[in-house]
Design a protein around this ligand. Structure first.
Ligand SMILES: Cc1cc2nc3c(=O)[nH]c(=O)nc-3n(C[C@H](O)[C@H](O)[C@H](O)COP(=O)(O)O)c2cc1C
Length: 169
């Protein structure tokens, strides 16, 4: 099974979850940022898991990224905006056929969802949702991930792999 976990991450928390999910899925899974997840890398993927931070109750918009880029906030801990947003990445995704799942990182109290939209977008491109979308919790704007979240991400990845295996047997 070819499995790709593609993520947008400004401070590294969503990236860390992507690596944990990949580990949970198994050695055939690769965690790639939106620059690395080129059409060539994605070609023939049986499973795509997408992840982004929850910002303003949704997947980061261009306007959120522009505000972050303006540098007025977060001077002490600047965001990494060198890779495209998940939203732009989706525009480059060609229709495929396989399984999909979405996750987000965010704060426990927050309403809204990025993961749901990610799963829906994957499904509408041919990567049918294999497991409910998930949120992995951070302690504050820059993280860190709460204790146990890396383990939970590995377990979530392992469950996805099991479900994919079951549906293809
Ligand atoms: C501008 C901004 C808006 C945010 N909005 C939300 C939000 O609506 N809900 C939430 O749970 N967390 C929110 N957060 C916290 C982010 O979800 C958290 O920073 C994210 O997990 C960081 O992921 P990353 O390290 O992969 O960039 C926000 C953070 C920033 C900087």
């Amino acid at each position: 099974m070819k499995a790709i976990i593609v993520y947008e991450s400004m401070w590294g928390n969503t990236a860390a979850v992507a690596r944990a999910v990949a580990e949970g899925i198994g050695p055939e899974a690769m965690a790639l940022n939106t620059s690395e997840a080129t059409a060539e890398m994605i070609a023939d993927a049986d499973l795509i898991v997408g992840g982004s931070p929850l910002m303003g109750f949704m997947m980061p918009t261009q306007s959120t990224r522009d505000t972050l880029a303006s540098g007025k906030q977060h001077r002490d801990n600047p965001p990494d905006l060198s890779n495209p947003s998940m939203r732009s990445w989706f525009k480059t995704l060609s229709p495929g056929s396989g399984h999909g799942a979405g996750y987000e990182t965010g704060l426990g109290w927050s309403p809204g969802s990025a993961a749901k939209k990610i799963a829906r977008k994957l499904a509408s491109t041919g990567y049918e949702t294999v497991l409910d979308h998930e949120r992995f919790l951070v302690a504050g704007t820059y993280g860190p991930l709460n204790d146990g979240e890396i383990e939970r991400a590995k377990a979530w990845g392992a469950t996805i792999a099991e479900k994919v295996k079951r549906t293809t047997e």
